[in-house]
Write a protein that binds this ligand. Structure first.
Ligand SMILES: CC#CCNS(=O)(=O)c1cc(S(N)(=O)=O)ccc1C(=O)O
Ligand SMILES: [Zn+2]
Length: 260
């Protein structure tokens, strides 16, 4: 479709020279075919315990904005779901489009959302640091939450209000006491599959947990995301939009669902 062609044409330089991990067999993102996902009764409910006081700062890293957390303790962790132990929250960030017709990285039956939230966690049991976990098989867990256009999201607004302060690449601002659980949909249903980072180094170390139900945000909130810049202060301005990676082949993988 023309949308699809336009969508791919507007890729950020980071992905224009689409790095293919040589011999990658479990790359992300993917298009989740709902009917092909397999219900796994052994999947437990996901348990999330985030301590708002572990929130450190928000910054513009040149392809998204990220909120970083103090991951030196087990104060903000997830467990259960497909996981064998707890994982520590390191950061969360978003991917979005220039217009509401596209923006998410994952799709569900080729349905694309205007944006997608990623909460990045690492395994402190098998790795001694986040940097190590990036290279470990199942060293990372990323929870993906779709954003759809709808009602104003009060919890997100605190984040949106901070965006003007990090308009340019490398801008950073203290951001304390934010609880990202407010960005979780109440529905417990999710899909899970083995994949990769969607940005370099694209390592195949991620257990993805994609929530079935999107959260709603309003047009103004999405447009605030699109006011951010890929570029540093003083450079010719390039709006930060379309910071998503193209779909990757499923290859020999099964997507499991926590729901019938
Ligand atoms: C070295 C290195 C690295 C990867 N870092 S990350 O896992 O926080 C991450 C993960 C993802 S994603 N889209 O794969 O969750 C995107 C961006 C980042 C990032 O550093 O900015
Ligand atoms: Zn991401």
């Amino acid at each position: 479709t023309c949308t699809q062609i336009n969508r791919n044409a507007a890729l950020h330089p980071l992905w224009q020279s689409e790095l293919s991990v040589s011999g990658g067999t479990r790359q992300s993102p993917i298009n989740i075919h709902w009917r092909d996902s397999v219900y796994d009764p052994h999947l437990k409910p996901l348990k999330i315990h985030y301590d708002p006081a572990t929130c450190l700062y928000i910054w513009n890293n040149g392809y998204s904005f990220q909120v970083e957390f103090d991951d030196t303790t087990d104060k903000s962790v997830i467990m259960g779901g497909p996981l064998e132990n707890h994982y520590r929250l390191k950061q969360f960030h978003f991917h979005w489009g220039a217009i509401n017709e596209w923006g998410s990285e994952h799709m569900v039956d080729s349905k694309v959302y205007p944006a997608e939230l990623h909460l990045v966690h690492w395994n402190p049991v098998t790795s001694t640091s986040f940097e190590d976990a990036i290279m470990e098989n199942n060293g990372l867990v990323v929870i993906g939450v779709f954003l759809k256009l709808g009602a104003h999201h009060a919890g997100l607004q605190k984040l949106v209000d901070a965006l003007p302060a990090v308009k340019h690449k490398d801008a950073i601002v203290e951001f304390d006491v934010f609880d990202p659980s407010c960005l979780m949909p109440s529905c417990p249903d999710y899909w899970t599959y083995d994949g990769s980072l969607t940005t370099p180094p694209l390592t195949e170390s991620v257990t993805w947990i994609i929530k079935k139900t999107p959260i709603e945000v309003d047009q103004n909130q999405l447009e605030e995301f699109r006011m951010l810049l890929f570029t540093s202060a003083g450079e010719e301005e390039k709006r930060m939009v379309d910071n998503f990676r193209p779909l990757q082949p499923l290859m020999n993988r099964t997507v499991r669902s926590s729901f019938r």
